[in-house]
Ligand binder design. Structure first.
Ligand SMILES: [Fe+2]
Length: 241
């Protein structure tokens, strides 16, 4: 698959989507274990799914405070994500179940969790599948690679564009994520990204605040020139689709 449309994105993130939604009670019902476990675990120890949810919920709740710092949040949340025990049986079950999407010719999205302040999705790519340039309006994101190998390019939109009807995107990061690697974006930095999998890849994506109909509507997809603007550097001319 070379691309996917906004429509398919909306459809595939709707609640009740196949697969993981059926596993949700199993994943979330154990949340009570979290409180006890998180407090006692030594720093740096792997944490299970429910402790992870608890920790992310606590950090994401701070977005309502006046002194909320997105860069500080994504750093903390990335650290929490890096501690998630990917062998947690409940999570492993979700990863296994997602494999039912293999061979369907598109990137698979499964919702793992949605709360008022954040949402977590499982995103699965087969080798060569990609998600083209898009943004996340007003949102922060943390991408944890649970399995596989995927290239991620991040961009910032520059204020001024040299050509009418176009925007200028500056590539600000490029990373190859492998198991346990994390990539982050804030509403201001690295917010636009593009992903392409080098092999079967499963990502756990944490978005805070979560998608709403309004944020989905505001999301933009870009057609980006293959070559940099004026043939050199890291700025690329792009058109909003
Ligand atoms: Fe994205």
């Amino acid at each position: 698959m070379d691309d996917y449309t906004r429509r398919s994105f909306i459809r595939t993130t709707l609640p009740g989507f196949l697969g993981i939604s059926m596993a949700l009670p199993g994943i979330t019902a154990v949340a009570t274990r979290a409180r006890a476990a998180e407090g006692r675990l030594p720093e740096g120890e792997p944490i299970h799914w429910d402790a992870f949810l608890e920790a992310i919920a606590r950090e994401a709740a701070k977005q309502h405070l006046d002194d909320w710092s997105e860069p500080a949040y994504v750093e903390r949340a990335a650290r929490i994500a890096g501690r998630l025990n990917l062998k947690d049986p409940e999570l492993a079950k979700a990863f296994e179940q997602a494999k039912e999407g293999i061979g369907d010719g598109r990137v698979d999205f499964e919702r793992l969790e949605k709360q008022q302040d954040f949402q977590i999705s499982l995103v699965q790519f087969e080798k060569g599948e990609q998600i083209s340039h898009h943004d996340h309006p007003g949102m922060t994101g943390i991408l944890l690679c649970a399995a596989g190998n995927v290239d991620v390019w991040n961009y910032d939109e520059l204020r001024k564009s040299p050509e009418e009807g176009h925007v200028l995107l500056r590539q600000t990061a490029k990373a190859r994520l492998q198991k346990s690697s994390v990539s982050t974006l804030t509403s201001q930095d690295r917010n636009i990204h593009r992903l392409k999998a080098r092999q079967l890849t499963q990502l756990v994506d944490i978005f805070a605040p979560p998608y709403t109909q309004e944020r989905v509507r505001k999301s933009r997809w870009f057609d980006v020139d293959a070559e940099p603007y004026q043939g050199e550097g890291r700025d690329f001319l792009a058109k909003v689709r």
